[in-house]
Design a protein around this ligand. Sequence first.
Ligand code: PLP
Length: 344
Amino acid sequence: MRSLASDNYAGAHPAVMAAIAEANTDHAPAYGGDSTTARAIELFREHLGDQAEVFFTFNGTGSNVIGLQSLMRSWEAVICASSAHINVDEAGAPEKLLGSKIINLDTPDGKLTPELIESVQWRAGDVHQSQPKVVLITQSTESGTCYSPGEVRAIADIAHARGLFLYMDGARISNAAAGLGVDLRTITTDAGVDAMSFGGTKNGTILAEAVVLLNPNLGVAHDLGYIRKQYMQLSSKMRFSAAQFIALLTDDLWRTNAAHANAMAQRLAASVRDIPGLSIERPVEANGVFATLPAAAIPVLQEHTPFYVWDEATSEVRWLCSWDTTEHDIDSFAAAVRSTLGGI
Ligand SMILES: Cc1ncc(COP(=O)(O)O)c(C=O)c1O
């Protein structure tokens, strides 16, 4: 099956599989005490700065929950876009496990702005009110847009001025960096992000994600070790997760994979944009295309290639490209869109 449903429908990249096989020799210390994990952490530090503290995890929801838990207490709140994964796609895991309030703000494009963050008012020190502690932004966003380095910096500045940490949900950090044509640290460490989840799954790993503390002054690395264990994100055979990141972070495979997925999204948008009855309202800045089309065409096209409806009310659909999406996948799907819409 070929799919545009999600970038996690794709399998593992062959170099990732080879790295797992390479790590599969002899015995090695468990829980991250091994040399493969040490090498992967070194590579993270080459990309994100020597101060980075890296915690390998199994999935993105778990990463977000433990990353946030290291930064906040249950009476504190996290500010995010309404469309944020933590708000709509984690089955309430942050609310249940952090016990914290999520303050979600409507945005046209999935992006918070300094003005939106400033619009949140609270009485600091008032025991009756949840106290905002973290601003969460998603890079690239759930709407397929990217924050420029300047936009991240502006949010970091306003967050820090208000005594808040900036946390980045980086499930698609590689797609964002590739789309913006920048290094990983330009939109994270150098832009003032305090902590982040670093996505691997959507870019070719399996069961391998990470939480990275970027700000050396947080002082929460010790706690996060215990939090990861309590929240069941600590892998005993960690070398196999770490090996996958060695593959991604060597010779910039992360960028090759993400740039390819992004290029396929551009190809798809360019191939269908002129079709009467179809419109693409959101900018295509990473690996996703959001298109509005006649409702009757959707099930027909889903038979050809599975994808999700993003907004039932407006018939907006989401097509996500992966590291292994081919030009043939795109051209054949674009032809199906053209003929289906032509017949409606
Ligand atoms: C923006 C974002 N954050 C986090 C995740 C991680 O989710 P999961 O817990 O399924 O790995 C996803 C996956 O779809 C995502 O799109």
